[in-house]
Design a protein around this ligand. Structure first.
Ligand SMILES: Nc1ncnc2c1ncn2[C@@H]1O[C@H](COP(=O)(O)OP(=O)(O)OP(=O)(O)O)[C@@H](O)[C@H]1O
Ligand SMILES: [Mg+2]
Length: 397
């Protein structure tokens, strides 16, 4: 197990304009830790992994694996991939076309000169692990995309390396297999305790697998924290949006209260839909936001945006908004509902258990959408948390 230390890693690509794929990134990984790099396309996840593996020549920075300095740009150290004890399972899971599955999985064992009997056992174990035991004598061209990906996963794990790099290794699998391989990988990591850096842009995969998550933006780490903290306390609006708080509602201060920045709103707590004159009626008298902020964005998860019939009153701690149903889809125990609130489109999850009303939701229907003040997070114009340090009750008193 290695302790991994990345310091000031920078990788630029020439071009017009030049791209800074990784921008002064530092990260320390504990032995046995499972780190997930999460971020949108193009934010530098793969490039970071390729630098760790020795497949790129970084412009700046140092990387050490255990007591081995594998990269030191100023000191002119950059060990080639085969000198780093790393297993790799990459997005492009190129298997050797002229080798059987057995020889593909065994490849890293041969380069490490593992004894024949032990190699055979490890290949069988690795193949079993990803459900490929029946495919050992086939060639890659005789496999489906998902099967090839599982073989690539087995190949990355077969040599039992100290550090394993994963680049979206589950993205080609169908939903059922994806859950299954994810669970196997989680269990395997607990059992073998290798250090892992796992790249994904799937938030549920990140939450499930990571000991810590690094949320990346434009070549930098925006937040580095446990899954619980990233999920409950996204430090910036960017992170909130990426970790499932897909609903965004812009509000503007008016007097002591808040109005929808986008357009007409409703009365707080009456759920009464605004008619023509409702443009400046506050949606909330007070929110847990300091007085210095005049504009904020409310971020909410779909399951924290509730719906009730337009004539019903939501609870007193709720912020009520007049909404119109845009679309409603059956989701088993809930309905997935898109609602329009002024200029914003928001997603709500309306439970069906004990509430058959939600099943009848249809396009054009007027409803009241509401959320509990403490279920939302509030961000300022710069995307930073705008939460009062004082208890909510003290604000606006
Ligand atoms: N070989 C290259 N030449 C030029 N630019 C590159 C090269 N490889 C990556 N880039 C650029 O560097 C940035 C980061 O790319 P990278 O592949 O690391 O992103 P990523 O986070 O893995 O994205 P994805 O989720 O789409 O795989 C992008 O802007 C990309 O266009
Ligand atoms: Mg990538």
């Amino acid at each position: 197990m290695s302790h991994v230390r990345i310091e000031g890693l920078t990788k630029r690509f020439a071009g017009k304009p030049p791209a800074v794929a990784v921008d002064d990134l530092s990260l320390e990984i504990e032995p046995g830790e499972f780190i997930v790099l999460l971020g949108p396309s193009g934010c530098g996840k793969t490039t970071t992994l390729r630098c760790l593996a020795g497949l790129e020549t970084p412009d700046e920075g140092r990387i050490s694996l255990g007591d081995q300095m594998v990269l030191d740009v100023r000191g002119k150290v950059n060990l080639p991939p085969n000198k780093r004890r790393i297993g790799m399972v990459f997005q492009s899971y190129a298997l050797w076309p002229h080798m059987t599955v057995r020889r593909n999985i065994g490849y890293p064992l041969r380069t490490r000169r593992v004894a024949r009997e032990q190699a055979r056992r490890r290949i069988d174990e690795a193949a079993e692990l990803v459900d490929c035991a029946a495919l050992l004598d086939r060639y890659p061209a005789q496999l489906s995309g998902g099967q090839q990906q599982r073989v690539a996963l087995a190949r990355g794990l077969a040599a039992q390396p100290d550090l394993v790099l994963f680049d979206e290794p589950l993205s080609n699998l169908d939903a059922r297999l994806r859950d299954q391989v994810r669970a196997q990988l989680h269990e395997l990591h607990a059992r073998l305790g290798f250090t892992a850096v796992f790249v994904t842009h799937d938030q549920s995969e990140a939450l499930a697998l990571g000991d810590r998550l690094a949320i990346m933006k434009a070549g930098r780490i925006e937040q580095l924290d446990t899954p619980e903290r990233v999920f409950e306390e996204p430090a910036t609006e960017y992170v909130a949006g990426f970790i499932g708080m897909s609903n965004r509602l812009p509000l503007r201060r008016q007097g002591t209260g808040w109005i929808l920045a986008g357009g007409p709103g409703t009365n707080e707590q009456t759920g009464e839909a605004s008619s023509s004159g409702g443009a400046s009626r506050p949606v909330a008298d007070e929110l847990p936001v300091p007085r210095s902020h005049s504009e904020i964005a409310v971020r909410l998860r779909p399951d924290d945006l509730r719906l009730c019939p337009a004539e019903e009153k939501p609870p007193a701690h709720g912020v009520a908004l007049a909404a119109e149903v845009v679309d409603a889809q059956f989701g088993g125990r809930h309905m997935d509902v898109v609602v329009a609130i002024a200029d914003s489109r928001l997603h709500a999850q309306a439970p069906l258990t004990g509430k058959p009303w939600a099943r009848s939701l249809a396009r054009g229907q007027r409803v009241t959408a509401w959320f509990a003040k403490d279920a939302a997070l509030y961000y300022d114009a710069d995307g930073a948390r705008a939460t009062a340090h004082a208890p909510a009750a003290a604000v606006g008193a």
